[in-house]
Design a protein around this ligand. Structure first.
Ligand code: ATP
Ligand code: ATP
Ligand code: MG
Ligand code: MG
Ligand code: MG
Ligand code: MG
Length: 270
């Protein structure tokens, strides 16, 4: 922008408060859909897991990772997504409000922009919103525990929802009867209801539903032919050039145990 003469109003900028994120910490931005219980109803989401909605969430998260800087992993389930900025990131001088609002607005606009790719002709009835929060994690263990917490939440909710909707859809119970039936039950009881009464082995339910979605960067070599012309030669020649590129890949796997982290050592820094 052109240099502007300072006006007498300039002092109002000093009311802005500092929200720089502490150095050396992972910066996590978690978004959650606003009132998606109602949004799901209004848009006839299939219960317990609408594949279109999950796909659209992940498409939007992919857009966030591709368009913004320094996000090393994202994890999503239900109507939420967490984005982890690398601990050495200096994007927007680590200003929390800048990072959070860029994530939230890029995600929200993508959700609307890509709606038709997932819901086809089904009308988007009103503009959805997402809340955001920023949390700092100072150690690798804290960050892993954060992501483990979200994946454990995915598991607990999905087990509950799977039994609940099976009781309703296949068992003929009303929603309040299903709720009553499940009150006070433990995980083992829920697995048993599914297996004994409906012949469903929870462990065979789709990984997407049980584990949620982790988005990570994967390196690959891109080879292409490039025309070069040497001074010594008349003809242009095609040579093979290889360059290393990265793309976002979606994984539906356990991120609580060590294996995932051993297979993706580039996510955690020192
Ligand atoms: P940053 O991401 O840092 O905000 P920016 O390119 O958005 O970068 P701004 O200082 O916000 O920078 O300036 C917005 C720019 O957008 C203006 O300089 C102008 O070029 C353009 N712009 C915005 N609104 C209009 C408009 N209604 N008509 C024409 N140009 C516009
Ligand atoms: P808040 O604004 O407080 O977040 P909320 O209604 O969004 O309220 P959440 O706890 O975030 O409450 O729960 C999200 C709800 O959205 C779930 O309970 C579920 O009903 C619905 N939902 C989200 N994604 C899906 C999906 N893929 N399939 C079916 N239902 C979904
Ligand atoms: Mg601008
Ligand atoms: Mg909530
Ligand atoms: Mg919500
Ligand atoms: Mg939620």
């Amino acid at each position: 922008a052109p240099a502007m003469a300072k006006s007498k109003f300039e002092y109002v900028r000093s009311f802005e408060t500092d929200d720089t994120c502490l150095r050396n910490c992972y910066i996590v931005v978690r978004l959650d859909g606003r009132n998606f219980h109602k949004f799901a109803e209004q848009h006839q989401f299939t219960k317990p897991n609408d594949e279109r909605a999950l796909g659209l969430m992940t498409r939007s998260a992919r857009s966030v990772m591709e368009e913004l800087e320094d996000i090393v992993i994202a994890y999503g389930q239900s109507d939420e997504y967490s984005f982890v900025f690398k601990r050495s990131s200096h994007w927007f001088k680590r200003r929390a409000s800048k990072l959070m609002t860029h994530v939230a607005s890029q995600f929200s606009s993508s959700y609307v922009f890509y709606w038709k790719d997932y819901f086809g002709d089904q009308e988007l009835k009103y503009p959805p919103g997402f809340d955001g929060r920023v949390v700092l994690y100072p150690s690798n263990q804290n960050l892993r525990d954060y992501l483990s917490w979200r994946q454990a939440d995915c598991h607990i909710n999905n087990l509950y929802n799977t039994v609940f909707w099976t009781l309703v859809q296949k068992g003929g119970l009303t929603t309040s009867q299903a709720e009553e039936r499940l009150r006070g039950t433990l995980a083992a009881d829920k697995n048993e209801i599914l297996f004994a009464e409906f012949n469903i082995n929870y462990n065979n339910e789709p990984l997407l539903h049980r584990k949620g979605t982790a988005l990570v960067w994967k390196k690959f070599d891109e080879t292409m032919m490039k025309p070069v012309k040497r001074a010594s030669e008349e003809q242009e020649k095609e040579v093979v050039v290889t360059r290393s590129r990265s793309r976002v890949v979606a994984l539906h796997c356990d991120i609580i145990g060590d294996q995932f982290w051993q297979e993706h050592p580039e996510i955690l820094e020192g």
